[in-house]
Design a protein around this ligand. Structure first.
Ligand code: 3HC
Length: 325
């Protein structure tokens, strides 16, 4: 329905302006906030960037869960820095979305009411310390796979935000892999924890790339506008090709009996995730959906006095400036 709406809006726009816009995209130009853009392009970006920003913010919760229980001071400092980076990513992305004419408050309201989505992966629980390794290695790994190409996306503020985000996500992935190496080469109990974390995070990580290309609603138009640079299935395959040898290096087993390198295609064959589970998570029925939204709503309510205090100060300064004129 959304894709149809975008198409019907496009049919009401000046065909010459639309063509000139598409020519700019095809020539590799960046679109900047003050440039003319089709309404569908603007809305698609707000949806994608907003959803991405929300993912960074909600994504702090499963890892924040382990800050007070990190096994050493060093691990605690690293995890704290990583979680703070995610908050920063959310803020750059909200700023990029604001250049499209939507306010951060509106986006936040749409997250808190459940109207806007965030990545499905953050509706899964983090049960052991090994999950911090699996999240960094697999979840940040999948995020980078998707975000490196987005540095070339057609919308300038989004592409530029992605450059710094990708640098930081690389550090996140490395720290996750480092935790997995320690656990996989540790005691029997640690190895079992590492394997268990891989078992639980493998398929949810594959789901991060979105539904199969056949089911993807937005890919075709988003790729024509270079809002997306690859299809969901292309990136999922790249992720499996990169990650399967890493699991082997760790001495861990990917929980997929069909995972096998295919000499002919030069890629790994693998089993599709359970798409029913994916769509259930999107509908709010994942293991932690309710908990995550409740936590964000509580943070918003608890922070009200800070917002009101800051706004009161800004208002006072503005009134004083007006009085001095
Ligand atoms: N979780 C939640 N919703 C998802 C999803 C996922 N993993 N994958 C797809 N969807 C939703 C889409 O939003 C869309 O729903 P909508 O129409 O209500 O918005 C629907 O499923 C159909 O999917 P499409 O393939 O048509 O959607 P897109 O073209 O938007 O593709 C995407 C989905 C690949 C995730 C794309 O939006 C994208 O590349 N987004 C930017 C990257 C991003 O958001 N990453 C979040 C990862 S987490 C992260 O970065 C935090 C880090 O710290 C780990």
């Amino acid at each position: 329905m959304y894709a149809q709406m975008i198409k019907s809006e496009a049919s009401q726009e000046d065909p010459e302006a639309l063509k000139a816009f598409q020519d700019r995209i095809d020539a590799g130009s960046k679109i900047e906030p003050k440039d003319w853009m089709p309404e569908g392009y603007r809305k698609t970006l707000i949806r994608q960037i907003g959803q991405h920003a929300h993912s960074e913010i909600v994504g702090q919760l499963p890892e924040g869960n382990w800050i007070s229980r990190a096994p050493t001071l060093e691990r605690k400092a690293i995890l704290l820095a990583k979680v703070q980076d995610e908050a920063g990513h959310g803020l750059y992305l909200y700023c990029a979305a604001e250049t499209l004419g939507v306010s951060r408050d509106q986006l936040t309201r749409d997250l808190l009411s459940g109207k806007m989505k965030y990545s499905s992966i953050f509706n899964y629980p983090t049960l052991t310390w090994a999950d911090m390794g699996a999240v960094g290695w697999l979840v940040d790994g999948a995020a980078i796979m998707n975000q490196v190409p987005l540095q070339r996306t057609s919308y300038g503020p989004y592409a530029r935000a992605m450059v710094r985000i990708c640098k930081e996500e690389s550090f996140h992935q490395r720290q996750g892999f480092d935790i997995m190496m320690k656990m996989a080469n540790g005691t029997d109990a640690q190895r079992r924890m590492a394997q268990d974390a891989l078992n639980r995070f493998w398929y949810p990580s594959l789901m991060m790339f979105g539904p199969s290309d056949k089911e993807s609603v937005h890919s075709e138009q988003s790729m024509a506008w270079k809002i997306k640079m690859n299809t969901n299935d292309e990136l999922r395959q790249k992720f499996v090709d990169q990650t399967a040898p890493q699991a082997e290096y760790l001495g861990l087993t990917v929980p997929d009996e069909h995972l096998k390198f295919n000499e002919e295609s030069g890629h790994y064959d693998f089993s599709e995730p359970d798409w029913d589970e994916f769509f259930q998570v999107l509908k709010g029925n994942g293991p932690c959906n309710t908990e995550r939204l409740a936590a964000r709503n509580k943070a918003w309510d608890d922070g009200r006095w800070v917002r009101e205090g800051l706004l009161a100060h800004a208002k006072k300064k503005r009134n004083a400036a007006i009085a001095a004129e």
